[in-house]
Design a protein around this ligand. Structure first.
Ligand code: H79
Length: 428
């Protein structure tokens, strides 16, 4: 892709790039929901505890999420300042949240619902873009060969079992299911495949027929964004629980689109006894960090065994939403403040002629900004519009000044965002 520059292309409206919405959106919600919400000890429980597929089926039989409310999830996402959401249509456990004609191992059988349809409808009602996560891995399918990650990897009869398995048949199933998802639910904006792990005891592009799969996806949904986990390049990079140190680049040094995905507590699926929860402050710093490096952030929640949202997640999203409500202009349609160096304790973003200086701590007596592309016309706090007095000093004097000082060349505006954990005294 050409490097998206929000300074010259701030609004997706009227843009001919079908992916511009994504660059503008910057912040989305990931929803990991599946039968693993019932054991409630990480979405990899089947592999981690080597639970045989027949034994795991008990969770699927019990699956009846009476508290799963797609409209609540969509509203929560929008109110948190998110512009899109991505649902696990199927995770590695193989259980499908939609009414697939190709298997009975689905929510339609367990509880008579198509959760994908509910999700898609709810997102559209809230004006959010629609994303599907789809697992390439399937630990329940009888043709998916037992490999290093499979729950039956240490089964004494692994070889005999594998002799009867046929990845060609699994490929047909995988492609058929992706076809269902991309034909039965209208326009899908984003597809997140997960994942390829090449090697002797792993699986790669030949196992999925990644090229054929990608060609089918593009034919069915020409404007869709596809991630990079098919073992092929894709439309964006998806670093997992990791913020890159700088804008991501390809082998030739050209910037590439990227989105980091982050959990609230280290588990994607509902993990009842894990209370190692990140703060709203940290998560917001990650959002701003992504924007400042020309990327997006996809923040995950894992609904519980009844489909309800965790109180801690609801509270986090509400706190994030309160900040986004006041400071969203520094995120949506914003990008890096190229050429500028962030003073200690700040993260810089930029949109049009505005530079946003995100103060990660408060109070700050003075701040010296260098290398502004233009002289400062006005400086203010973003949340209340109040003026911050500033003046221009020569670089040599800067460190002697007690007040915020700025230094640059043509008119522009500097906007200070509040410290992410802000003092109540500064609230409007
Ligand atoms: O759905 C969520 C996770 O369940 C899934 N992706 C997110 C979005 C995911 N979990 N782990 N991974 C993706 C990457 C897994 C890497 C590892 Fe391994 C599996 C580390 C060890 C086993 C692959 C195989 C890398 C080394 C061996």
């Amino acid at each position: 892709m050409s490097t998206p520059d929000p300074l010259t292309d701030p609004a997706p409206a009227g843009s001919t790039d079908p992916h511009a919405w994504f660059d503008h959106a910057r912040f989305g919600l990931f929803v990991h929901f599946g039968a693993y919400a019932i054991p409630a000890r990480h979405e990899w429980v089947m592999s981690r505890e080597k639970i045989a597929p027949e034994e795991y089926e008990k969770y699927v039989e019990l699956f009846d999420p009476d508290r799963f409310d797609a409209r609540l999830i969509a509203r929560t996402a929008r109110e948190a300042g998110m512009r899109y959401a991505v649902l696990t249509t199927k995770h590695h456990e193989g259980f499908c949240l939609w009414d697939s004609a190709l298997t009975d191992y689905s929510a339609a059988t367990s509880c008579g619902r198509d959760l994908v349809a509910e999700f898609v409808d709810a997102l559209r009602e809230e004006g959010l873009r629609v994303g599907f996560y789809h697992s390439l891995i399937d630990w329940h399918h009888p043709d998916f060969t037992i490999d290093s990650l499979h729950p039956l990897r240490d089964a004494p009869d692994r070889e005999e079992r594998n002799a009867g398995r046929d990845m060609a048949r699994y490929r047909t199933y995988l492609h058929g299911q992706v076809r269902e998802l991309l034909t039965g639910y209208g326009t899908i904006d984003y597809l997140f495949f997960d994942f390829t792990y090449p090697g002797e005891d792993g699986k790669g592009p030949e196992d999925w027929d990644s090229e054929g799969l990608l060609a089918m996806v593009r034919e069915l949904q020409p404007g869709i964004l596809v991630n990079d986990r098919l073992g092929l390049p894709g439309d964006l990079r998806t670093p997992e629980q990791h913020q890159p140190v700088a804008p991501m680049v390809d082998e030739d040094g050209n910037e590439v689109r990227w989105e980091s995905c982050q959990t609230t507590n280290g588990s994607w699926g509902y993990h009842r006894d894990n209370h190692d929860t990140k703060s709203a402050d940290l998560l917001l710093r990650m959002v701003v960090d992504s924007v400042g490096k020309n990327g997006n952030l996809l923040l995950n929640i894992g609904p519980d065994g009844r489909g309800g949202l965790r109180r801690t997640d609801t509270a986090l999203l509400a706190e994030i939403g309160e900040w986004m409500d006041l400071h969203g202009d520094s995120v949506h349609g914003a990008g890096p403040a190229r050429g500028m160096t962030a003073p200690q304790g700040t993260i810089l973003t930029r949109r049009g002629d505005r530079v946003y200086v995100h103060l990660t701590a408060w109070p700050m007596q003075s701040l010296h900004l260098t290398d502004l592309p233009r002289p400062v016309r006005f400086a203010r706090l973003l949340h209340d519009g109040s003026e911050i007095r500033h003046h221009r000093v020569e670089r040599a004097e800067a460190d002697l000044h007690a007040h915020m000082s700025v230094n640059g060349l043509a008119p522009g505006t500097v906007t200070f965002t509040l410290p992410i954990r802000r003092p109540e005294a500064l609230l409007p």
